[in-house]
Each structure stands twice: as structure tokens, then as C-alpha cells.
Write a protein that binds this ligand. Structure first.
Ligand SMILES: NC(=O)c1ccc[n+]([C@@H]2O[C@H](COP(=O)([O-])OP(=O)(O)OC[C@H]3O[C@@H](n4cnc5c(N)ncnc54)[C@H](O)[C@@H]3O)[C@@H](O)[C@H]2O)c1
Length: 378
């Protein structure tokens, strides 16, 4: 067993949503050890949380700059190798940039930055740094999503006609309808979240899913947002028509006000020879549709799956694996890249996915603000 990779965590404190997913995912394949962190901007909370989860407190720092400064003083074989950035969005860019400039590998939450401009700067920074960089579009780690990608790549659906991706949640309802609450959450504050709430937070996952599974790139889009209230500056719902090619079109729908919906990410891809349908809330079932044959259901762990899909399953078929495992698969790919081992394309979303994501988010906002017009993506 190679030595564990020394992992630093930024954000993801005990008060956070996503921290536990990254911590558990990093442990699942026995590749990482958390050796340093700034879990929280409040130092006392930070240290208390480290004690709670049994991370040694000698490398719990008061802030991010101190973490970088102090870690660089350590010998290379003790220093943090990779940092996971799990803070609110506006901190991703400055943290990622400084980490890359100082030779650290980076695992960054989405959206990668708050602007497209920042994303392109980060891309240049990475090119100079030559380290490993991943963006955690978690859903790409599911075995059945990987299977869909590999079968589409192998031509199983023939030419793609139509793509329909949706990500529906309802969690913001009790916040958006309350004037005081809607001005107090960071996801509705442009200074902290960037220019979009719904499309930046979840629409970007659906967009990534479209490009990850089809291997195609969205060329242009037209977006219509709903802000719900005049004093709210951030979209909480949006519908995006997409053009991928002359005769390849589709729709990306995202909502945080879809009452009763939980984490309803779903994608359907229709081609000349068949179609795929997959839903995040039932991630171990991949439906293959046909005009002439009965519906087929693919499931994880069977020998008929692709190498990329099978690599993401740890137990024999019938042992449900879920979101923690999907994130763990991304961490596994990153571990291989850091160690210089062989890994497959698609094992983790890269800088390019992050850049495309910001290109998408800004294009949706531009389309809506200019009167719901068609906007070309780069
Ligand atoms: N991949 C996914 O599916 C997924 C799901 C949820 C959230 N996210 C992303 O993860 C990020 C965090 O989201 P969340 O829902 O966990 O947010 P959250 O508000 O629940 O938690 C943010 C954490 O960051 C900490 N923090 C804030 N400022 C900090 C600073 N200056 N230094 C160190 N820590 C700081 C907070 O104390 C808290 O622990 C966001 O960018 C979000 O888009 C991704």
C-alpha cells in the first residue's frame, strides 16, 4: 500500500453541508489522510471541530494564508500535497490560484470560480503549475453515469438527437418567500455566490452531465430565469434551450423552487439507435430505451459494464453504492493522478469542466439579461 496522500481541507466545517461528503469520500479507498485544515473562519470553532473528528490540531490554522505560509515551511515529505476547497464560491478562485502557484494539487468544489474571466486565469495558472486539479462534479463518479458515457462513446446510441437534463430542488422555498431570510443566505448573495444562484449551483451540474455523458459541447443557448421577487438579485429557477449541433438540441432545466423536489437530477439522451435515462435519486439503474425492443436496465458491478464503470464499484452487484461512493471515485482518480499512476479519462472532472461551467453560467445570465436571446458559448 503506497503512503497516504496528505490532504488539507478548506471550509467544510461541522456547520457545512458538503464537508462530510468530502471527508468520507477521501477515506473510502484508503488513499488520503487529513493533516491540516481551516474548516471554519472562526479559529475556536475550527479547532473544536478538528478535535471532534480527531484531526491533530497542530496544523489547524487560523486562516488560509497562514496555512499556505506554514505548510511551505515544512519539508516536502510532510507538507500538505492536495487541498480540497469546500468554502462558499467567492473563495474558490483566490484559494485555488494561490495553492497552484505554490505547487499544491487542488480539489475544488463547483462552481470553480465566480466569473468566466477568473476561470480562464486559473486555467493559465494550472498550465504553469503542472499540478493536478479536479472540480467535484460529484455525479460523474456514479458507475452508471460512467457507463452511459462509455456506451455513448462506443456509438451505442448512434447520432444524438436530443438531450434533456434537469436538476430540480425545492429547498429554497421557505427562504425565498421570507424577505428577511432571502437576504441572509450566501447562495442568494452575489458577493458570495457569483452572478447566479440556481444555474450556478445546480444548473451547472446538469450542464456538466450533458457534456460529460455525450462528449459533445453546447454551442449556444437561450435562457429564461425566475427571480420570484423584485428585491432578489439571484435566479432561483431557470430553463435553458441548448443547441449542440444543427440537429442536436436540448434543454437544461434547473430549479430551487420546485416544491417537494429533493435532489432531482436526471438526464435523458436520445439517439438514432436508442436512448438512455438516468436519475440521481435512483443512481444504480440506467435505462436503455429503444423504439423496437423492450427497455433494458443496466446495473453496477456486472461484467458487462465498461472498465471505467467497474472501476467505480467496490462490492458485488446488488450492494447499493451512492453519493459518498461517487465522490470517492473522484478522489480515487485524483489520487492516481497525484501518484503519477495510470488513470482513465473521465475519472475526475478537470479544469476544462470548470472553465466550461463558468462559460455556461455567464452565458445563461447574459441571455436572460439581454431579453432571453440566443448567446454563443466560446
Ligand atoms: N458537488 C456538489 O454536489 C456540491 C453540493 C453542495 C455544495 N457544493 C459546493 O460546496 C461549496 C460549499 O457549499 P456548502 O453547502 O457546504 O456551504 P456551507 O455554507 O454549508 O459551508 C461552507 C463552509 O465553509 C466555511 N467557511 C466559510 N468561509 C471560510 C473561510 N474564509 N475559510 C475557511 N472556511 C470557511 C464555513 O464555516 C462552512 O463550514 C459551495 O461552493 C457549493 O457550491 C457542491
Amino acid at each position: 500500500m503506497p503512503k497516504k496522500i496528505r490532504l488539507g481541507i478548506l471550509g467544510g466545517g461541522g456547520d457545512s453541508l458538503i464537508g462530510v461528503l468530502h471527508r468520507v469520500a477521501s477515506f473510502i479507498n484508503d488513499n488520503y489522510e487529513i493533516v491540516g485544515a481551516v474548516f471554519n473562519p472562526n479559529f475556536e470553532d475550527n479547532v473544536n471541530f478538528a478535535k471532534e473528528i480527531d484531526v491533530p490540531t497542530n496544523r489547524i490554522y487560523k486562516d488560509f494564508d497562514t496555512l499556505v505560509e506554514e505548510e511551505l515551511k515544512l519539508p516536502e515529505d510532510e507538507r500538505i500535497q492536495v487541498c480540497s476547497i469546500l468554502t462558499p464560491n467567492f473563495l474558490h478562485f483566490p484559494m485555488a490560484k494561490k495553492l497552484l502557484e505554490n505547487g499544491f494539487h487542488v480539489i475544488c468544489e463547483k462552481p470553480m470560480t465566480t466569473t468566466y474571466e477568473e476561470a480562464k486565469i486559473l486555467q493559465d495558472t494550472l498550465a504553469k503549475a503542472g499540478t493536478v486539479f479536479a472540480v467535484t462534479h460529484t455525479y460523474t463518479g456514479y458507475p452508471m453515469v460512467r457507463q452511459m458515457r462509455e456506451m455513448i462513446k462506443a456509438g451505442e446510441l448512434g447520432k444524438i438527437h436530443k438531450v434533456d437534463a434537469r436538476y430540480y430542488q425545492g429547498w429554497i422555498n421557505p427562504i425565498i418567500h421570507d424577505k428577511e431570510k432571502r437576504s441572509s443566505v450566501w447562495r442568494l448573495d452575489p458577493k458570495k455566490a457569483g452572478i447566479s444562484s440556481c444555474m450556478g449551483d445546480i444548473g451547472v451540474h446538469a450542464f456538466n452531465m450533458v457534456e460529460f455523458t455525450t462528449g459533445l459541447q453546447v454551442k449556444s443557448l437561450l435562457c429564461d430565469f425566475n427571480y420570484m421577487y423584485d428585491d432578489n438579485q439571484m435566479d432561483v429557477d431557470g430553463t435553458v434551450l441548448i443547441r449542440i449541433g444543427k440537429n442536436v438540441k436540448g434543454v437544461i432545466r434547473a430549479s430551487q423552487v420546485a416544491t417537494g423536489e429533493e435532489n432531482g437530477l436526471a438526464i435523458a439522451i436520445y439517439g438514432e439507435k436508442g436512448a438512455f435515462r438516468w436519475e440521481q435519486e435512483k443512481p444504480n439503474f440506467l435505462y436503455r430505451l429503444s423504439d423496437t425492443e423492450p427497455v433494458q436496465i443496466y446495473k453496477p458491478g456486472h461484467a458487462y459494464n465498461s472498465e471505467l464503470s467497474l472501476d467505480g464499484t467496490k462490492l458485488p452487484p446488488g450492494h447499493p453504492e451512492g453519493i459518498f461512493d461517487a465522490m470517492a471515485n473522484i478522489y480515487l482518480g485524483v489520487a492516481r493522478a497525484i501518484r503519477g499512476e495510470k488513470y482513465n479519462d473521465g475519472e475526475f472532472p478537470t479544469m476544462l469542466d470548470g472553465v466550461r461551467g463558468l462559460n455556461f453560467i455567464e452565458s445563461t445570465v447574459a441571455s436572460h439579461k439581454q431579453g432571453n436571446i440566443w448567446v454563443d458559448m466560446d
